[in-house]
Design a protein around this ligand. Structure first.
Ligand code: ADP
Ligand code: ZN
Length: 717
């Protein structure tokens, strides 16, 4: 028995008389410390030294499809790879406990038989009637969606007696995407790639394919054909997207391709939808799920393909609790369940590129942008020779380009990957800087909310009227730009431009995202000002200019991966420009136009950049040419954190092919009130780090004031 609790391992229970022994994977209820908890019958033998009389009986077996063997193996695999308790991993798969009980039937509609003779049949009503002609019950929402009518039409038909209430079997609540609904006419290159992906899915075996190709080359069109193939084979498909709540344009395309929306999975679902979706997935009634990384742990009985779109995104890494990479675990799940994994990106991570080059992954490449426009032309604005005016952030060259774009009737975007008004507030009298009391971080001014905020722990305080250090009044000054400040400057410089700010403070959920997208596509906006949420996925046909306000922003700090990530982000945001017929331009404001990152973006040769990156990392065995694991030692007591980190450092394992670096302050040395130190274990690729970490951690006792978190394959190093 494995219980979804952060305990060590499996527990033994006794099967009471009269109950058949439930097979592995069965969901069962057992007593635990005076409570009843749900768990899963795990594989393996019970401990023979425990007499049956000492074991507690299991209470009941849930009426729920059992957890499949591949999913059980995934739980074991992740637990051992990340050094997490299996119960903690199991809990991620049991994310809707109430779904273990069978779904109660819910209300739906079916055709009234016979129909009322006098009822009026409008064209909208006729479309609904065609859908209910089968006499079966249908969910009201799905009916309206499939018929392309508002929910009021269905209600009106019910009151007119054309539809009558009927209980809906649980599996009718999710629509079945139709692979034959409405495919795009693919270009030759796209069609080749689609054929290769369809073949990979049809193999019914494990494969990993990297689908690379510039932004706008039709990667989405192509991988939807892998989904279609899984559907044709009667199997399921999972698509992982980095920003599911903002992916409304993506969902519209899915509906256009398959005739209905997919099931969604993310943290904002209502408990009811969560429950229904989990259960529908387990019963095979939800054939396609689109979700955030947690969707990887849904109980698909027969997954044909797993697609990871924007595979290079660091948001696929979970940093709390079980620390794992959803991209990498998607590949593991595909292997265990014999499915086709598809990793998709215009700027693949060095990990994935290296795997493709080594032949471990198949490579499909779409070299051309779809449509007439071609790739945007990227150039730098050298801030040393073309600086903005004092206290401003938009250089004259950028202002002119925006004006010219808007004058041509096209749209422009200003991109700055920083929320709020200003990243630093300091006192002009004494130099005091406003910092977070809980983190190694400056407080960011959010002028709209009149507050200073920490972007790491959520700490917020009002902007003080006087400097808290010297008491001087009116001396606190905002230093540096945030997106709100760019908006303020834009309002002065482009007073007639119709502007929209897209940041997580202003575009919080799907409704706001789709309204913003509609306004932009419908040309109600001339200038988009946004943070990284505008970088990905959007298709704004009339957007032809992207101005990057601070292209150097991501390069500060000592992270070896900063350059790779900056190239990926800036390339992504550049890809928003010129997606239809008019050519796109990208202007990078930088103090360092010679930097390899700027040169790669300007020259458009990302391959050469990635090769240079690889050449830098290879000799030192840095990932992906070696293995890396981080130990984050943290405590509210700084001395305790230091002591534990030093103890671990002194007891560091030694051997051939690996070394321990540190301890050193972790990248955020203080986070949420905890002092953090970091040790890195760096090893050759052929060495497994887990046994080394295991042995090391078992040897060094740490006080209970101290937490040691293991992060295998850390995102930053
Ligand atoms: P990517 O995922 O590579 O960024 P998309 O699949 O989003 O590219 O395609 C970019 C744009 O081009 C989208 O608006 C898409 O609908 C359009 N497009 C791509 N291929 C085709 C095609 N074969 N027929 C029609 N439109 C296409
Ligand atoms: Zn903080």
């Amino acid at each position: 028995m494995l219980l979804p609790l952060p305990l060590a391992g499996a527990y033994d229970y006794r099967v009471p008389e009269g109950l058949a022994v439930p097979p592995p994977g069965s969901f069962v209820e057992v007593p635990l410390g005076g409570r009843e908890v749900a768990g899963v019958v795990w594989d393996g033998e019970a401990d023979p030294t425990l007499p049956a009389s000492r074991l507690k009986p299991l209470l009941r077996v849930f009426d729920c499809p059992a957890m499949t063997a591949p999913l059980r193996r995934l739980v074991d695999w992740i637990a051992s790879y990340t050094l997490s308790p299996p119960g903690a991993v199991l809990r991620m798969t049991m994310s809707a406990p109430s779904a273990l009980e069978p779904a109660a039937p819910t209300a739906g509609w079916r055709r009234a038989d016979p129909p009322p003779p006098a009822a009026r049949i409008s064209p909208a009503r006729a479309r609904v009637l065609a859908l209910v002609a089968d006499g079966a019950p249908h969910a009201g929402g799905l009916l309206a969606e499939a018929a392309g009518v508002g929910p009021g039409v269905v209600r009106g038909m019910a009151s007119a007696g054309l539809l009558e209430p009927a209980l809906l079997p649980p599996d009718a609540r999710f629509a079945r995407p139709d692979p034959a609904h409405q495919g795009s006419v693919l270009t030759e290159g796209q069609a080749d790639a689609a054929r290769a992906l369809r073949a990979a899915v049809a193999e019914h075996g494990f494969s990993v394919t990297l689908l690379a190709g510039v932004t706008g080359s039709g990667k989405t069109e192509v991988y939807l054909e892998a989904v279609a193939e899984a559907l044709r084979a009667g199997r399921q498909a999972l698509v992982l997207l980095p920003e599911i709540a903002l992916s409304t344009q993506w969902l519209d395309r899915f509906s256009a391709r398959f005739g209905c929306a997919p099931a969604l999975w993310h943290s904002e679902l209502t408990p009811r939808t969560r429950r229904d979706t989990w259960r529908a997935v387990a019963e095979g009634a939800a054939p396609v799920v689109v979700g955030a990384r947690s969707a990887l742990f849904l109980p698909f009985p027969d997954l044909g393909t797993i697609i990871v779109d924007e595979e290079h995104e660091t948001s696929f890494k979970q940093e709390e609790g079980v620390v794992y990479s959803a991209r990498d675990m998607a590949v593991v799940r595909a292997r265990l369940t014999r499915a086709a994994a598809v990793l998709v990106s215009a700027t693949p991570s060095l990990e994935t590129l290296t795997n493709a080059e080594a032949g471990r992954y198949r490579l499909l490449h779409l070299p051309l942008r779809h449509g007439a426009a071609g790739l945007p032309q990227v150039s730098a604005i050298d801030l040393r020779t073309c600086p903005p005016e004092r206290g401003r952030f938009l250089s004259p060259a950028l202002v002119e380009a925006v004006n010219a774009t808007i004058a041509r009737g096209e749209q422009a975007m200003l991109f700055l990957n920083r929320r709020g008004y200003a990243p630093l507030t300091l006192c002009r009298a004494c130099g005091h800087r406003m910092r977070c009391p809980n983190c190694t971080a400056w407080l960011v001014e959010h002028r709209l909310q009149r507050r200073l905020q920490c972007h790491h722990c959520g700490h917020a305080e009002p902007i003080p009227p006087a400097c808290p250090a010297c008491g001087a009044e009116g001396t606190l000054a905002a230093v540096g730009p945030g997106v709100e400040r760019v908006q303020e400057e834009a309002a002065e410089v482009f007073p007639d431009a119709r502007r929209i700010v897209m940041a997580s403070d202003t575009i919080a959920g799907p409704a706001a995202a789709s309204e913003a997208a509609r306004r932009i596509v419908d040309r109600e906006v001339d200038l988009i000002i946004g943070t990284q949420i505008v970088a990905k996925g959007w298709n704004f046909p009339d957007l032809t200019l992207v101005g990057v306000v601070d292209a150097d922003l991501g390069l500060a700090g000592g992270d070896l991966r900063a350059a790779e990530r900056t190239v990926q982000l800036l390339h992504q945001v550049s890809g928003r420009a010129g997606r239809a017929d008019a050519p796109g331009h990208v202007l990078l404001q930088t103090w360092n136009p010679e930097h390899p990152v700027m040169q790669a973006l300007i020259g458009g040769d990302l391959d050469a950049f990635m090769r240079a990156e690889a050449d830098q990392r290879r000799p030192g065995h840095w990932p992906p040419f070696g293995r890396l694991a981080a130990l984050i030692v943290s405590s509210e007591d700084e001395a305790a954190a230091d002591r534990a980190a030093r103890d671990l450092g002194r007891a560091a394992p030694q051997g051939d092919g690996f070394e321990v670096l540190g301890p050193a302050p972790a990248p955020l040395a203080l986070l949420r009130g905890r002092h953090r130190r970091r040790l890195l274990l760096k090893a050759r690729r052929d060495i497994a780090v887990q046994p080394i970490l295991h042995e090391w951690l078992a040897r060094v006792p740490v006080s209970n004031q101290v937490r040691v978190q293991v992060d295998v394959d850390p995102v930053g190093f």
